[in-house]
Design a protein around this ligand. Structure first.
Ligand code: CMP
Length: 143
């Protein structure tokens, strides 16, 4: 079953949006197979955002994602990687459609509430980074 890594960023956690965001993916029909409220160590943040290392906003990105607790999750389901990205909306909330998470709750590109893997390769890498110690759960075929 396809899996993706999603994370409510520090702004979303501080604004009490965890429940709202989890509810959206639950109602869609996806299954939550991993979740943890955590503070991200700087080294993990730098590795997670490694592809943006040369960007001018890299320092700001790492500072923000380590500024408070995040809610890291693994979700599974048919086509979950692309569908979750659609449900999140455009990276910059000013371009995100109403009805999407960033369209409904985000204001700026830095504080855009949620992160989601953009490809199967990213999903595998990000799940490995954040859930290597705990792993994810499996649901019985009867559920
Ligand atoms: P995310 O999906 O977590 O992946 C990379 C992040 O970089 C992205 O969401 C944005 O929050 C952030 N980002 C992209 N462009 C900018 C920018 N110009 N300034 C600050 N942050 C940015």
């Amino acid at each position: 079953m396809e899996k993706t890594f999603l994370m409510v960023k520090p702004d979303g956690v501080q604004r009490n949006l965890i429940g709202e965001i989890v509810a959206r993916f639950e109602r869609k029909g996806f299954q939550l197979v991993g979740a943890k409220l955590m503070s991200i160590p700087t080294e993990l943040a730098e590795e997670h955002y490694g592809e943006h290392k040369e960007r001018p906003f890299f320092g700001e990105l790492v500072d923000f994602i380590t500024s408070g607790p995040v809610f890291a999750m693994v979700w599974q389901g048919e086509n979950v990687i692309a569908t979750a990205r659609q449900m999140m909306g455009a990276t910059n909330p000013k371009d995100a459609a109403p009805g999407t998470i960033r369209g409904d709750f985000g204001l700026t590109v830095g504080k855009n509430v949620i992160h989601g893997s953009d490809s199967p390769t990213s999903a595998e890498r990000e799940i490995g980074l954040f859930f290597k110690d705990t792993g994810v759960v499996e649901y019985s075929k009867l559920v």
